[in-house]
Ligand binder design. Structure first.
Ligand code: 5GP
Length: 213
């Protein structure tokens, strides 16, 4: 006997983008803790680790040669240069998770989102996280204090460029309050998981209930 929770569903790709300092990482962490069906796509980067960052959990930290080799071997789903560093999404873990019906969370910039959209439009759900105000964005960037002042200034300049791409996303969340933002992302996920085209096992469920038609 089929029941609703057994309906086979295609995994979706949830992208969260924002300028640095808008709170996206905090939202992602809370989401992953609360949602057992969500897996984080861990990116590879040439950027050095920040204090507290763990290899394989936050990023795969690689040098430029190793990064270029992964790109050349076709192992990246998307890749881009952000600031002076390179970032990319290893393909294999994403494909494995999706094939098991798991949903995958991506923390990538607008360039990565564009590439993912080109490759997987139907599976992609994209959310842009905006800070509540310019002042708050500045405050959060400086409060982070893990990067040098020079890096912070560059990130401020980049924030405007990143935000100019907000209209390419499916949903916009203004991150005034983390709890509220997490709950808004969860609402998007709940709705997107119920989309007809993602419920590949629905036909069997209906046949079970109504018989062959
Ligand atoms: P951070 O250095 O602060 O961790 O990340 C800087 C920016 O790079 C963020 O906007 C983040 O979303 C983006 N980023 C992280 N990983 C990837 C990736 O795999 N691909 C792309 N395109 N951007 C990424």
């Amino acid at each position: 006997m089929n029941n609703l929770t057994d309906i086979q569903r295609r995994g979706l790709m949830l992208v969260l983008s924002s300028p640095s300092g808008a709170g996206k990482t905090t939202i992602s962490k809370a989401l992953l803790e609360r949602d057992g069906n969500l897996t984080l796509s861990v990116s590879a980067t040439t950027r050095p680790p920040r204090p507290g960052e763990v290899e394989g959990r936050d990023y795969f930290f690689v040098d430029k040669n190793a990064f270029d080799a992964m790109v050349a071997a076709g192992e990246m789903l998307e890749h881009a240069q952000v600031f002076e560093n390179y970032y990319g999404t290893p393909k294999k873990p994403v494909e494995e998770a999706l094939s098991k019906g798991r949903d995958v969370l991506f923390d990538v910039d607008w360039q990565g989102t564009q590439q993912l959209r080109e490759n997987a439009r139907d599976d992609l759900v994209s959310i842009f996280v905006l800070p509540p105000s310019k002042e708050e964005l500045e405050r959060r960037l400086f409060a982070r204090a893990q990067d040098s002042e020079d890096v912070v200034k560059k990130r401020m300049a980049k924030a405007n460029e990143e935000m100019s791409h907000h209209s390419e996303y499916d949903y916009i969340i203004i991150n005034v309050d983390i709890e509220e933002s997490v709950s808004q992302v969860q609402s998007v996920l709940t709705a997107e998981r119920l989309k007809l085209e993602r419920l590949v096992g629905l036909r069997n469920f209906i046949t079970d209930m109504c018989g062959e038609r």
